[in-house]
Design a protein around this ligand. Structure first.
Ligand code: ADP
Ligand code: MG
Length: 263
């Protein structure tokens, strides 16, 4: 698998503080890489550095071998698509219009011929066909997340960066988003996805990078990264890491018996 991103000694400063503090990371074409870590660890800031939205204070981020700063805005938009944590559409666009925005970077390019097919496929995969005429601003959190995902998919980029795409979703839609992520990777795309649900990350990511205090404290397969000791140290809560019947790892906090209801 070739590297989509090569991140070396990356430092990002926001508000005078180092938020990303010396990160090395490769992201490969054909993999789903999950970024996990506690609130405020620096996941969104790191993702922002990959998208080109957060300035690089020190170190280097290369995309397809080229330093991010050398990319034109247009080339970047045709290579990587981004789902931000806050779905920042504030004008009353319809869902259809939001999805169509995903095709803007391709205007004037040969691939514009694929606009209709890309939009139809994105709508289908994100399960938003029934929402197309609704104003985006009037959707529920989970519906907004799916409409935004459709916009990202319509962009048809080789690299897809998703910041907590499942946070507002019900159980089925969470799984569906991660199946979409897996399908993208299966066709050679590089997918980076910020997740809070460690069990979901364990089941659907090829590799997990755990972020803590602006650093990557562990990167590897789910089994390598999600040890009870590491999760407890990083999250400050004891957990059980158990194999589910289907073989995937599940991570649940120690809950004890004190709060359970007696039969
Ligand atoms: P995560 O996504 O892991 O929850 P973030 O990357 O959003 O974490 O934030 C990491 C830290 O950086 C937090 O302490 C947050 O308050 C801080 N931070 C984020 N954005 C800014 C900003 N624009 N200016 C100053 N501090 C910021
Ligand atoms: Mg975040």
């Amino acid at each position: 698998m070739t590297a989509a991103y090569e991140v070396r000694d990356l430092v990002c400063r926001l508000g005078g503080r180092a938020i990303v503090r010396g990160v090395d990371l490769d992201v490969r074409h054909g993999e789903v890489l999950a970024l996990v870590g506690p609130n405020g660890a620096g996941k969104s800031t790191l993702l922002g550095a990959l998208t080109g939205d957060v300035p690089i204070a020190e170190g280097e981020v290369r995309l397809d071998g080229r330093p991010l700063g050398d990319w034109s805005a247009g080339d970047l938009a045709r290579t990587r698509a981004v789902l931000l944590q806050a779905n920042q559409v504030s004008f009353p666009f319809t869902v259809r219009e939001v999805v169509e925005m995903g095709r803007n970077p391709w205007t004037g390019h040969a691939s514009a011929a694929d606009d209709d097919a890309a939009i139809a496929e994105a709508i289908d995969r994100s399960d938003v066909a029934h929402l197309l005429d609704r104003p985006f601003t009037a959707l529920s959190g989970g519906e907004k997340a799916r409409a935004s995902l459709a916009r990202v998919l319509a962009q048809r980029t080789d690299v897809v960066l998703l910041d907590e795409p499942t946070a507002a979703l019900d159980l089925r839609h969470q799984e569906e988003v991660m199946v979409v992520a897996r399908d993208l990777a299966a066709t050679g795309r590089a997918v980076v996805v910020v997740l809070h649900d460690l069990s979901l990350a364990a089941a659907r990511a090829d590799r997990i990078a755990m972020v803590h205090d602006g650093r990557i404290v562990s990167v590897g397969t789910p089994a390598e990264v999600l040890t009870p000791e590491r999760v407890e140290e990083v999250y400050g809560i004891g957990v059980h890491v158990l194999p589910a019947p289907d073989g995937h790892l599940i991570v649940v906090p120690h809950r004890g018996l004190s709060d359970t209801v007696s039969p």
